[in-house]
Design a protein around this ligand. Structure first.
Ligand code: NDP
Ligand code: OXD
Length: 312
């Protein structure tokens, strides 16, 4: 007997998700949870984005937990996360193309000196700003997973010199690849624009600290669309203030929403976007979740399972 799916997200449209989920899984009971998770003991499935701590412990009969995003740190950081329950994440062509486009947009904007041109316009200044050929610009992508690989390939197709870094060795056409701790410093020291698309795990938290930023060539730019916890905020601000880093594009933050008055908001060389680099599409994702539920009911694992021990 298939029990209900509990949906929780403070930012996504619950009505749209309920409609898509019930279309993808006819007969599935979907319960939209508020902040109080009591009374949900019957749940067999949970689809969650940043649930309150302890929420998962209130659902002891779960057969699978679905992250409403590609990242799962918002779930497994909960000390009460039930590690014996299968966990699945979003892997979806629309999420991937959304991120690819964000990375292309931000890299091109930095390369073509968009922030400086915008400042010139604000000040009524007409001055030609020159830019280098794409082939002379080195872009490095940290994380060569679903999102990193697609972004790296698209950057290479535009003619940039692209490198990538991941935990295990990879082959990505047109991309110079580095792997593991041993090759991280060499990777960082050869990038003019660094794009972070890592998952947040015990190993990657704070990975972009003062030491790592100091390895980048002077005047390099940073784009962080992974998680806020990847950067040490004070180190980024210090590198910007000293000119070691020319510009930082930040989509994700240690605290979201980014608190009012935070220095990132008004820093002239920081671009802030509100965690919109790519968005989960309810239509396609609900279909995948429907397939996963059918698989689980048939005794199979869900699609796109997460290795909880590894953290991604
Ligand atoms: P994947 O799991 O497909 O890829 C993760 C990549 O990171 C892999 O290449 C992996 O290496 C690498 N990696 C993990 N740990 C380490 C480590 N310790 N050292 C070096 N490399 C490491 O994830 P996705 O590409 O699907 O997503 C990446 C992240 O993007 C998400 O976890 C999320 O935080 C963020 N995201 C942000 C969004 C936004 O709107 N800002 C939207 C969607 C996702 P290996 O290949 O060897 O396993
Ligand atoms: C995700 C995100 O993990 O939106 O999908 O950050």
């Amino acid at each position: 007997m298939r029990g209900p799916l509990v949906f929780f997200s403070k930012i996504d449209r619950a009505d749209a998700w309920v409609e898509r989920l019930t279309r993808a899984s006819p007969g599935l009971e979907v319960i939209v949870a508020g902040h109080d998770f009591s009374g949900l003991e019957r749940a067999h499935y949970a689809l969650l984005w940043k649930p309150p701590r302890g929420a998962l412990a209130a659902m002891p009969q779960l057969k699978c937990i679905f992250s409403l995003g590609a990242g799962v740190d918002h779930l497994i950081d909960d000390p009460e996360f039930p590690r014996h329950v299968p966990l699945a994440r979003v892997v979806d062509p629309r999420l991937t193309s959304g991120m690819r486009d964000y990375v292309l947009w931000q890299v091109l904007n930095l390369h073509r000196r968009g922030p400086e041109l915008a400042a010139q316009q604000r000040n009524g200044v007409w001055r030609e700003l020159f830019y280098r050929p794409n082939e002379d610009v080195r872009v490095g992508v940290m994380g060569l997973g679903e999102l990193g690989r697609a972004s790296a390939r698209a950057l290479a197709a535009l003619g940039f010199q692209v490198s990538g870094w991941s935990r295990s060795a990879k082959t990505v056409e047109g991309v110079r690849v580095y792997a593991g701790e041993a090759e991280r410093d060499e990777f960082l020291s050869g990038v003019d624009v660094l794009v972070c698309l890592l998952p947040l795990t015990a190993e990657t938290r704070g990975i972009l600290d003062a030491r790592a930023l100091a390895l980048l060539p002077k005047g390099a730019c940073l784009i962080n669309a992974g998680r806020g916890g990847h950067v040490v905020e004070e180190a980024v601000l210090a590198a910007l203030d000293s000119g070691a880093i020319a510009h930082a594009v930040l989509d994700v933050f240690a605290e979201e929403p980014l608190p009012q008055g935070h220095r990132f908001w008004a820093h002239p060389r920081v671009t802030v976007t509100p965690h919109v680099a790519s968005l989960t599409d309810p239509e396609t994702t609900a279909r995948t979740i429907g397939l996963s539920i059918s698989r689980i009911e048939a005794g199979l694992p869900p699609l796109h399972p997460v290795d909880v021990t590894r953290g991604y």
